[in-house]
Write a protein that binds this ligand. Structure first.
Ligand code: SAH
Ligand code: SF4
Length: 361
């Protein structure tokens, strides 16, 4: 605004529209002069993403949107709505992509099997959240007599960086997106979680940013041998170094770390592996390591099968017996063929209960 000779309050007005309103174009920013709106439309794209298709689960609680980027590449983001305590305090979590494709090639991951295209810009990451925020605000306006601007609660309560790509391999843009969502959109850093395949130097760097973001580590195996087969990045960063980086993160941020563990039948889901996992995590401060068991979604090329309900239960029992805090992720993504990391048509075969893609409004 300054470079265009506009007063500085115009910038504040603009930011309010972008981060806090249902407006989806510069034309809708009614308190900006018409000439300025025209100038903005001519000079800038309002959104860096164009929604192409949208799939909603049968219960209406999970929505996956495919977006086209400016250069034609495709990414997806998922909105999950749930009320964890059943107290009417619904969480609205957006799972965002940080890259188109992924270079890390984990054996069970559809995105990893598709290869790497490019990293997303901070705007492309932020816009995934703003897209869903606008949809929520529009829907709220439709259901109240007050109309537009009626939305009081934050339209999005949590953001997880668990979509396509490796956030810590796109470090600067991910951090800028966190800052946008924090400062501009007003979402507390404690309500954001970055999921990583385990890039040790970047975990250490993140621990020193003075942020309160949650950290999730894609562990998937309790020993180096197995982990290296599932997660090729583990060859560079063995478990010793990874756990040491986690202890550093916990000490510096005071946040606990979540360990994601995709349950693959006959590969990593026996009681023996549960016991080994418990031993591994015993090196963390009490209560600071939490295991999130993830029922595997349709896995690429049929190399892996999801674990049975019984083996998941037995695995979980073993963790409980050994006092390792854990949760079992609800299979919401799988219902619409859209587990995070399973995006963009890569995930196949579990599209139970989804509706056919419809054009996004
Ligand atoms: N690259 C980051 C974030 C994106 S992947 C990471 O690896 O953490 C997000 C999560 O989806 C990871 O925990 C990943 O292991 C998981 N995921 C990948 N493929 C999956 C599958 N077939 N079924 C269930 N979860 C999967
Ligand atoms: Fe990349 Fe994460 Fe998939 Fe591994 S699990 S290939 S790091 S997106």
């Amino acid at each position: 605004m300054a470079s265009w000779g506009e007063p500085s309050f115009r910038a504040s007005q603009l930011l309010r529209w972008v981060y806090g309103s249902e407006a989806a174009s510069f034309d809708e920013m009614t308190d900006l002069p018409e000439a300025l709106r025209g100038k903005l439309s001519a000079a800038l794209h309002f959104e860096s993403l164009a929604p192409v298709t949208r799939v909603t689960s049968a219960d209406g609680k999970t929505t996956r949107t495919l977006f086209r980027l400016g250069d034609g590449k495709a990414i997806e983001a998922v909105l999950m709505e749930y009320d964890p305590l059943g107290l009417g305090r619904e969480r609205r979590t957006v799972c965002v992509s940080t890259q188109a494709g992924c270079a890390f090639g984990c054996a069970f991951c559809a995105t990893g099997q598709q290869g790497f295209e490019r990293s997303l810009t901070p705007g492309e990451i932020t816009d995934q959240v703003l897209h869903y925020a606008r949809v929520a605000m529009k829907e709220a306006a439709r259901h109240t007599s007050e109309g537009e601007g009626a939305w009081k609660r934050p339209p999005i309560t949590n953001v997880v960086f668990m979509g396509m790509g490796e956030p810590l391999a796109n470090y600067t843009a991910t951090l800028q997106a966190i800052e946008n969502l924090n400062g501009g959109f007003g979402l507390g850093a404690r309500h954001m979680t970055v999921s990583t395949v385990g890039l040790v130097p970047q975990i250490k760097r993140l621990a020193r940013e003075g942020l309160q973001v949650g950290l999730a580590i894609s562990l998937h195996a309790p020993n180096d041998d197995l982990r290296q087969r599932l997660v090729p990045a583990a060859k560079k960063y063995p478990l010793d170094a990874l756990l040491e980086a986690c202890r550093d993160y916990i000490a510096r941020t005071g946040r606990r770390v979540t360990f994601e563990y995709v349950m693959l039948a006959g590969v990593n889901d026996s009681r023996r592996e549960a016991a080994e996992l418990a031993r591994l995590l015993r090196g963390l401060p009490p209560g600071a390591g939490h295991v999130n068991l993830i029922p595997a979604n349709a896995v690429p090329k049929g190399l892996f099968q999801p674990s049975s309900k019984e083996s998941i239960k037995a695995f979980q029992d073993e963790l409980i017996r050994r006092h390792i805090p854990n949760t079992l992720r609800v299979e919401r993504g799988a219902l619409i063929d859209a587990g995070c990391g399973q995006l963009r048509g890569g995930g196949r075969g579990t599209g139970v209960g989804g509706r056919a893609p419809s054009p996004d409004p």
